[in-house]
Design a protein around this ligand. Structure first.
Ligand SMILES: Nc1ncnc2c1ncn2[C@@H]1O[C@H](COP(=O)(O)OP(=O)(O)OP(=O)(O)O)[C@@H](O)[C@H]1O
Ligand SMILES: [Mg+2]
Length: 244
């Protein structure tokens, strides 16, 4: 039984149809990379998965819960889905430690001391344990993104969604964040990652899905999709992005 199941998803913004019948399943522990040109609907798709968007039709199940069912407890659902954006989204007025402990105490109803211990261990895991008392504005982009990943992991989600987690980072900071994603993937976290980091796709993803204009054009093992795309549109895209 897949942990994520998307069936014939249609999404419009006004008259603009952004997702035109998207279907795919993801099994527990899989890492799936989504790639595609700007505007193809990748971010919208991730946002539909954790119920941030109203959809026109289709069905989405995550961890056995139908996302768009009016009966669904959205707070409980979003606890099970960790989301990391391009632009970190840390609370600027809270220290790095508080960014993690406040959701833990408020959403997971944890006591303060254990929440601090968990937060510190997660910050150590992402390599910024010395930044606990610092405000986000004093961290580099790469460090902020590590903190955002630690915060998402603190909720012990069943699934992690990453929307271009390294695209706002300098190349030398990208590697560190990609290494964290690789570790997470190896630890069998179920992950959907929108990224054009082909190195990550090839070495960490089980599957790669190429989207264009609201459709899934092609999906395959990453190496195969990158090196040997079948569709013209995929070929054109792959020759445009650099990979090693
Ligand atoms: N809130 C919104 N209101 C209206 N249109 C939107 C909204 N969000 C996205 N769109 C439109 O939906 C389409 C898909 O956008 P989306 O952000 O999902 O693309 P994307 O594949 O993530 O692109 P990128 O690679 O640039 O991040 C675009 O045409 C975009 O302009
Ligand atoms: Mg996007």
């Amino acid at each position: 039984m897949p942990i994520i199941s998307v069936n014939n998803l249609h999404k419009k913004f006004g008259s603009l149809e952004v997702l035109k019948g998207i279907s795919f399943d993801v099994n527990i522990g899989e890492t799936v990379v989504f790639a595609g040109p700007s505007g193809s609907g990748k971010s919208t798709l991730l946002r539909c998965l954790n119920g941030l968007e109203k959809i026109e039709s289709g069905r989405i199940f995550v961890d056995g819960t139908e996302v768009q069912d009016p009966q669904t407890d959205m707070i409980d659902l979003r606890r099970r889905i960790g989301m990391v954006f391009q632009s970190f989204n840390l609370f600027p007025h809270l220290t790095i430690l508080e960014n993690i402990t406040i959701p833990l105490t408020k959403v997971r109803h944890m006591d303060l001391e254990p929440s601090k211990e968990l937060a510190k261990s997660l910050l150590a895991k992402v390599g910024i344990e010395e930044k606990v008392d610092v405000y986000p504005g004093r961290l580099s982009g790469g460090q902020q993104q590590r903190a955002a990943i630690a915060r998402a992991l603190a909720m012990e989600p069943k699934v992690m969604l990453f929307d271009e987690p390294t695209s706002a980072l300098d190349p030398e900071l990208t590697g560190g964040v990609i290494d964290i994603l690789k570790d997470l993937s190896r630890s069998n976290m179920t992950m959907l990652v929108v990224t054009h980091e082909m190195n990550f796709a090839r070495h960490a993803a089980d599957r790669m899905i190429f989207m264009d204009e609201g459709h899934i054009v092609e999906e395959n093992h990453p190496e195969e999709l990158i090196k040997n795309p079948k569709h013209e549109r995929t070929k054109r895209f792959m020759t445009q992005i650099a990979y090693d």
